[in-house]
Design a protein around this ligand. Sequence first.
Ligand SMILES: [Zn+2]
Ligand SMILES: [Zn+2]
Ligand SMILES: [Zn+2]
Length: 152
Amino acid sequence: MEQEKVEKLLRAKLKERGLKITQQRLLVLSTLAKSSGNHMAAEELYAQIQQQYPEIGLATVYRTLQLLYEMQLIDRINLDDGCVRYEIGHLFEGEMKHSHHHLICRKCGKVFPFDGDLLDGLETHIQEKTGFHIVDHELKFYGVCKQCMEQE
Ligand SMILES: [Zn+2]
Ligand SMILES: [Zn+2]
Ligand SMILES: [Zn+2]
């Protein structure tokens, strides 16, 4: 994703809230945009951003992630081990809904995206059965990744 697009959308979203664009905000968002498909913990992001911008603190990264999440520019996955990872938001990529689900390896802890959402049929089914109007869903698969399986 181009840096320009990232900056433009960030600027517009911040303006809605009366906030200014800062180097830190832009760096956090563009780092996530660059590693689209990756799911990064705050500490990993921090380590990467520090290479370009050594003055940044971990607390700033946490605060910025919270803000970007509230602005719906990034998505967050909560793992059961308490480790939270972030990725560029689906809104950002022009999608109204998320584009993938998550496969989480119980051995190495890696998160793999699984492209394609096959749940539209299920949502329709639930809606017809219950009258419950579904707007979104969250789904995680737990298992052992291919690499870990091969190591066994
Ligand atoms: Zn694994
Ligand atoms: Zn993801
Ligand atoms: Zn889905």
